[in-house]
Design a protein around this ligand. Structure first.
Ligand SMILES: Cc1cc2nc3c(=O)[nH]c(=O)nc-3n(C[C@H](O)[C@H](O)[C@H](O)COP(=O)(O)OP(=O)(O)OC[C@H]3O[C@@H](n4cnc5c(N)ncnc54)[C@H](O)[C@@H]3O)c2cc1C
Length: 342
């Protein structure tokens, strides 16, 4: 079978399929310059549900995906940092965050100032924080390399070519992110819209021990420096750096860490693919032999193991689990009752 696309979704699916005994070939013309490589790497079910209206109703599914990460991390040798994530902001904003968490049946721990200084050295003195242990992170570059290596060791072949169709393969798994090339192969891909995301990296700043969610930006520490992101630019599908769109992020970075005002950074951009309801399409296409693994919007890393599980179940005939109906590509078809289009 062919897996088209070597991002987080394609590589996770390829590894799971190989582990299920399938003979897998991953096709991708470009290595490492995709949304997965640009991402911040947060595995953040709680703050995504709390802060992003699009996924507020999906906390259970996001947590289920997160819960699959320890297994995938152990299998592929991906390091997952479980130190947690702190919402950081003014008292009024934190009260709002607290209320949202409460509505979701969750709560964070108020961080004493000394502990905040310890976890995030250099954080602005007027900010307060609320720590959530449920939101983790990984480093996208090393994680992509680890997944690729594990897949290769499991027998997966790699081809530096664009897939144009199923050809002679028994199955084609489409994990092409926002790539538009295969719309004629799988009509469901027309449902995807691009959302450009730009992110800053301050390579001289390590950024402390936990990820931070602030007003207008998040800040994620990593070996490559502190990542501050990200813009959400619906409708744009280019990866050009736009200095004007970056300005709010630059200002938000300075509000979180005053030392970042005027600091040097590198910017990167990627394109997320989004469905009408914010959840991916994972499962069979209406076209025979085609399986979709696309549309993970701003949570592709978080959702990758769940998407891989559903994709693998399509091929093996095993139970795809309780979340498969919410990811079914057919849910947007108007004839289907019970869809959740919004
Ligand atoms: C700035 C930014 C920050 C983000 N932060 C996070 C985060 O913290 N946590 C999180 O969970 N998610 C985050 N995301 C979202 C996440 O990056 C995406 O949801 C995820 O990377 C999508 O993975 P993918 O495999 O579907 O697509 P991609 O990573 O885009 O990979 C698709 C691959 O398909 C290949 N391709 C395209 N067409 C073809 C073809 N015809 N044949 C073969 N190959 C093809 C492309 O070359 C590409 O390599 C972020 C995104 C951005 C842009």
């Amino acid at each position: 079978m062919i897996v088209a696309g070597a991002g987080a979704l394609g590589l996770s699916a390829a590894l799971a399929l190989a582990d299920a005994g399938c003979s897998v070939s991953v096709w991708d013309p470009t290595e490492g310059s995709n949304a997965s490589a640009v991402a911040a790497g947060m595995l953040a079910p709680v703050f995504e549900a709390a802060l992003d209206a699009e996924t507020t109703g999906d906390l259970d599914l996001l947590l289920a995906a997160r819960n699959l990460w320890p297994g995938l991390a152990a299998r592929a040798g991906v390091e997952v940092d479980r130190s947690g994530t702190a919402a950081v902001g003014s008292e009024a904003w934190l009260a709002e965050v607290r209320a949202r968490l409460t509505r979701l049946g969750l709560r964070g721990a108020d961080l004493p100032r000394a502990m905040l200084d310890d976890l995030a050295p250099g954080i602005a003195p007027d900010l307060q924080a609320l720590l959530v242990r449920e939101d983790w992170r990984l480093e996208p570059g090393p994680a992509l390399r680890a997944l690729r290596q594990a897949a290769r060791a499991a027998g997966v072949e790699f081809r530096a070519e664009a897939a144009r169709g199923r050809g002679q393969a028994d199955w084609l798994v489409i994990a092409t992110g926002a790539g538009p090339g295969l719309i004629d192969v799988a009509p469901e891909l027309r449902r995807l819209t691009p959302i450009k995301g730009q992110i800053l990296r301050f390579s001289d700043v390590r950024g402390g021990r936990v990820s931070l969610r602030g007003e207008g930006a998040y800040a994620v520490p990593g070996s490559g420096g502190l990542a501050v992101g990200a813009t959400m630019e619906p409708g744009l599908d280019d990866a050009r750096i736009d200095p004007v769109a970056l300005q709010p992020l630059v200002r938000a970075a300075g509000r979180l860490f005053p030392a970042l005002e005027g600091a040097t950074f590198a910017a990167a951009a990627g394109v997320r693919a989004a469905t009408p309801d914010g959840l991916p399409m994972a499962g069979p296409s209406a076209a025979p032999g085609i399986i979709l693994a696309v549309g993970a919007r701003r949570n592709g890393w978080l959702l990758a193991p769940l998407v891989a599980q559903v994709v693998t179940a399509c091929v093996t005939g095993r139970d795809p689990g309780p979340y498969a109906p919410r990811l079914d590509p057919a849910r947007f078809e108007t004839s289907r009752i019970g869809g959740r289009a919004r």
